[in-house]
Write a protein that binds this ligand. Structure first.
Ligand code: C5P
Length: 201
C-alpha cells in the first residue's frame, strides 16, 4: 500500500533525523527534499543556470560531496525561491511519495504543496538558538571554520527567506501536528513523531 508521511520544518529543527528514524521504523523509503534544492544550488555555484540545473537533475546529483555545507544551504534557499525551479522538481517528489511500501518526505512544503493528501503530516520546530547550536556543532564536527553568532544569523536569514517567499513558503499545513524539539532528546522527538503518525493513521 502507498502511504505518505510529510515532515516539514525549518533548518536544523530535527526533521531530518526524525524522518530517517520514522522511515526505518515503518520500513518505508525516505526522501530528503532539501537535497534536491541543495543539488541545484551547488550546480548554480558551479556556474550553471538554476532552472537548467533543476530540469537536468539526476539521482546521482543527490550523492555529491559538499551538499551539506553552509554555502550550498544558502544557495539552495535562493534557488528554492524561484517558482520555475520548484515546479521542475514537483513530479519527481510526487512520484516518490506514491511508492509502493510508503514514503517519508521531509522539506518545507511537503504537507502544503507537494503532498496535501499525505496520510500523516508533522511540522517540526525548535528555537532559532537551539537550531543554530545544532548546526554549529555539525559544522565543527565536519571541520568547517565557523562562529556561532554567524550561524545564528544565517539560521534567521534562511528562516526569513523560507517563510517570506511568495511561492510555497514554509508554514504548517492546517492538519499538521506540531512537534517542538527545543527541549527534547532525539529519542523523545522520534517517539513523539511516531505517536503522532500512529494517531493520524
Ligand atoms: O532542509 P535543507 O536545509 O537541506 O534545505 C535547504 C533549502 O532548500 C531550504 O533552506 C529551503 O529554502 C529549500 N527547500 C525548500 N523546499 C523543500 C526543501 C528545501 O524550499 N521542500
Amino acid at each position: 500500500m502507498a502511504f505518505t508521511i510529510a515532515i516539514d520544518g525549518p533548518a536544523a529543527s530535527g526533521k531530518g533525523t526524525i524522518s530517517r528514524e520514522v522511515a526505518r521504523v515503518f520500513g518505508c523509503a525516505h526522501l530528503d527534499t532539501g537535497l534536491l534544492y541543495r543539488a541545484v544550488g551547488l550546480r548554480m555555484l558551479e556556474g550553471e543556470e538554476p532552472l537548467e540545473a533543476a530540469r537536468a537533475l539526476m539521482p546521482a546529483d543527490l550523492e555529491k560531496d559538499g551538499l551539506r555545507t553552509g554555502a550550498v544551504g544558502e544557495a539552495a534557499s535562493k534557488v528554492a525561491a524561484i517558482p520555475e525551479v520548484r515546479a521542475a522538481l514537483v513530479d519527481f517528489q510526487r512520484a516518490f511519495a506514491r511508492r509502493d511500501g510508503g514514503a517519508v518526505l521531509d522539506g518545507r512544503d511537503i504537507g502544503t504543496v507537494i503532498c496535501p493528501e499525505a496520510e500523516a503530516k508533522l511540522f517540526v520546530i525548535a528555537s532559532p538558538e537551539t537550531r543554530a547550536r545544532r548546526r554549529f556543532q555539525e559544522f565543527v564536527a565536519a571541520g568547517e571554520d565557523v562562529d556561532y553568532s554567524r550561524v545564528l544569523e544565517d539560521v534567521r536569514a534562511r528562516d526569513a527567506r523560507d517563510m517570506g517567499r511568495a511561492d510555497a513558503p514554509l508554514r504548517p499545513a492546517d492538519d499538521a501536528t506540531e512537534i517542538d524539539t527545543t527541549h527534547l532528546s532525539i529519542e523523545e522527538a522520534v517517539a513523539a513523531a511516531i505517536a503522532a503518525i500512529e494517531a493520524a493513521g
